[in-house]
Design a protein. Structure first.
Length: 365
């Protein structure tokens, strides 16, 4: 199948659902986790959970970069936004994420300069056009967006800019999967992210199968993609041969994208970082290398950051680990809605709570 319509063909979907039900028949409860916010959105949008047999559960994992960004990062970004000569440049999905006492959206309304950009290179251009301002790009995201930020930093260096900075909050995907594989959720298999895997390839996941016995399949984002990957995982579990399979062969290669990986390695190095609700995971994040320290907002811009306070009643952390679902949260659809989000999972377009709210009937409706 080459075209989008073929990946949504009803007969193909029915056939895959029948094979999934046949393969899962007689198996103990199986828990699979999709590790991508785009997968979560597609699963909710196309009603895929409702097609699966009762002994098969799909859980949403920490695949939304906005959702896993810790509160302290947001409070730091807000503190920098309050500095009179600072321009914050960010992707739009960070604007409404609540910090401890404010958000970037509220700071903009109060007079701060917070610009939504579609590329980190826009922020570089903005810094060049405004030499009297310090432009801080909020660098969050996984391997999908990290190469673009690396190239933006290199471009700023090439242009000789001294007023462009990145507040680095980047995280990498394979490392936290090991924490989830050995955690309390007892996951049997991972539907691995297609976008991230386009950059890193399939090889970095192999330890999940060889060391932890977890079935793995990289998937695309159409209904047939997700169902085919689900079938692959069930077949692995049925045969007792966990490995890494690639359903998304039209895009993902075992070696990934060597050029993008080289750019990441040149500008960034691994470090320990905090994942919302999970805690510190060693070597699961990136920091800017010393050779590019002049562009590191953490090192170059001093600001007073308020103590971070987590929102009472929010269970985003447990949702991101697959321990609970959005429907388990007492705030879901009541105090916490897309219009008035309490937690990050309700803000981002890739958040599990936002996806469930958008494509499923909200409580009380």
């Amino acid at each position: 199948m080459k075209y989008q319509t073929e990946f949504r063909d009803r007969s193909a979907v029915r056939h895959l659902v029948e094979r999934i039900r046949h393969t899962a028949d007689g198996m103990d409860e199986v828990k699979l986790m999709e590790v991508c916010g785009s997968h979560t959105m597609a699963i909710c949008r196309f009603g895929i959970r409702q097609l699966l047999p009762p002994n098969l559960t799909l859980l949403s994992g920490p695949g939304c970069p906005v959702c896993v960004t810790e509160g302290a990062y947001l409070d730091t970004a807000i503190a920098m936004a309050r500095l009179p000569d600072v321009v914050i440049a960010t992707f739009g999905d960070l604007m409404r994420v609540p910090g401890s006492s404010s958000s970037l959206e509220r700071e903009k309304a109060a007079g701060a300069t917070v610009d939504v950009v579609f590329s980190p290179l826009q922020a570089v251009d903005g810094a060049q056009k405004s030499p009297g301002k310090r432009v801080v790009f909020l660098g969050i995201g996984f391997e999908t967006t990290i190469p673009g930020v690396a190239l933006a930093i290199k471009e700023a260096a090439t242009r000789g800019l001294t007023n462009f900075f990145v507040l680095c909050g980047h995280k990498v995907i394979p490392t936290p999967l090991a924490a989830l594989a050995t955690g309390a959720t007892r996951i049997n298999g991972f539907i691995l992210p297609g976008h991230v895997s386009t950059i890193i390839g399939t090889r970095p996941y192999e330890f999940l199968a060889s060391e932890h016995g977890i079935a793995c399949a990289v998937a695309g984002f159409e209904p047939a993609d997700i169902l085919q990957a689900t079938l692959m995982l069930l077949q692995q579990l049925r045969s007792g041969t966990p490995r890494v399979q690639n359903e998304y062969t039209r895009v993902v290669r075992p070696e990934g994208n060597p050029g993008a990986l080289a750019a990441i390695d040149e500008v960034f190095e691994q470090t320990d970082v905090v994942w919302r609700g999970i805690g510190v995971i060693p070597d699961s994040g990136l920091m800017i290398r010393e050779s590019f320290a002049a562009f590191d907002a953490k090192r170059r811009i001093a600001c007073d950051v308020e103590p971070t306070i987590e929102k009472a009643g929010c269970i985003c952390g447990e949702i991101l680990q697959g321990l609970k679902t959005p429907r388990d949260c007492p705030l879901f659809g009541k105090a916490c809605t897309p219009v008035n989000p309490i937690g990050a999972c309700m803000v981002s377009s890739e958040g599990s709570c936002a996806a469930n709210y958008k494509y499923m009937e909200a409580p009380g409706e």
